[in-house]
Design a protein around this ligand. Sequence first.
Ligand SMILES: [Zn+2]
Length: 282
Amino acid sequence: MTRLFVLLLAVFSAAAHAGDTPRVLVTIKPVHSLVSQLLQGVSKPALLLDGYQSPHTFQLRPSDARKLTRADVIIWVGPTLESNLQKTLRQAEDKSIIQLTRSEQDQHAADYLHTDPHRWLDPVLAQADVTRITESFNRLYPDHAQQITANSQQLINNLRLLDNEIRQTFSDKAEISAILYHDAWHYFQARYGITTHGIINPTAHGQPGARHLFEISKAIEKQQTRCLLVEPQFKPRYLKTLQGKHKLRIVTLDPLAAELPAGPDTYFQMMRDIRDAFAQCR
Ligand SMILES: [Zn+2]
């Protein structure tokens, strides 16, 4: 009886991976876009968080749990971003989990790398992540290695061109007369040498304190800041007050591609929109 049970289990788990089509789930849209390019001609990855859902605070719904169950491979940024997913993924022993943030590497990195998980906003780091994901796929699905490797080379090449493009935009002047709403831009700013006038809400959870808002208001006045760069999903009332008081121009920054449809080109469109948003505020 026990033997039969073990045998059956072996058959089932072999079937889960022998299937020709990799069943991949990616947590956020920008990374989903990169993985879609990587798997072109092989399979279409599923997306966990769509629309305006924030990975910092989302709660797993039954439909999300079903998506997780259906996947053999799950790609996420890591516990500093999708913190509510940590427990679920730890229990998903039958799945291959690919995590983009790596603690060993981050120990020697700049301070912000410990706290800012938005690493996909740097096209150079994205190249490294694509390489790592490619290696994992090729190990898991050797039958598709040729196609995935070819896609990977093309994708990395496109990311290089994108990086050059953004670099050129900010080569002459990278001081941006703007304050940022969400503290998500260390990677992007560090890569292109961009400076701004401050961050309104340094934590992704809750609201900034009155004292911090007062300091921001003072900084705006002193530096004669022109723009407020804000994500489309954040619309707290105090932003309107701040905008009215200082005659700030509101410019949308969309680091999760919340306003774009999911697909292989989404990452590139999103990064060009972000570049344009910063550039408008010079
Ligand atoms: Zn964020």
